[in-house]
Write a protein that binds this ligand. Structure first.
Ligand code: DLZ
Length: 164
């Protein structure tokens, strides 16, 4: 129950700001494509529902989650976006690769956000199993892609409000 309450996927569309003037970049990892494709679908659906213009939505793919911060930096520094959403899926394997990738992406997103003053949203699933990732990309635990898009919209709105 507690998890359900915290799940932004169950949002009220009407309570979200209009995204009609927002410019959003999305960087998607090709690793675990079945999951990241579903995350992307969820994010795009939310942005479209909130009125984003097609020309203001910039979607790019990178090989793996480790490359997400670099892809996000290209976008953030392009001057074309107000926020960048990073979508990836890192699944625990037999080695320690998982920890290094997950930590690097999380730190990379935070550092880039603070350096560029552009919100960089961490829409990366870090799970023990593929099943858990499926459950969080349009399954019983909602869609982390939806949540990442909602977070991006809210952060752009916050920045605009504070700038006024
Ligand atoms: C190498 C690797 C492994 C083992 N696992 C994942 C994963 O679960 N999810 C993911 O997005 N990427 C993985 N990668 C690829 C790395 O993110 C990266 O692309 C490579 O290490 C090359 O820098």
């Amino acid at each position: 129950m507690a998890a359900k309450k915290k799940n932004l996927s169950f949002y009220e569309g009407t309570s979200l700001p209009d995204a009609g003037t927002m410019r959003i970049g999305i960087v998607v990892s090709e690793w675990n494509r079945e999951v990241t494709g579903a995350l992307l679908e969820g994010a795009v659906k939310i942005l479209e529902e909130q009125g984003i213009k097609p020309e203001n939505l910039h979607i790019h793919h990178v090989p793996g989650s480790f490359e997400l911060p670099t892809g996000a930096a290209f976008l953030a520094e392009s001057g074309k976006v107000d926020a960048v959403i990073c979508l990836g899926c890192v699944i625990q394997g037999e080695t320690r690769h998982f920890e290094f990738i997950a930590q690097a992406v999380a730190n990379g997103c935070t550092n880039l956000s603070l350096k560029t003053n552009i919100p960089v949203i961490f829409g990366v699933l870090t799970t023990d199993t593929f099943e858990q990732a499926k459950e969080r990309s349009g399954g019983k635990h909602g869609n982390k892609g939806d949540e990442a898009a909602i977070t991006a919209i809210k952060m752009v709105e916050l920045k605009n409000k504070i700038k006024q």
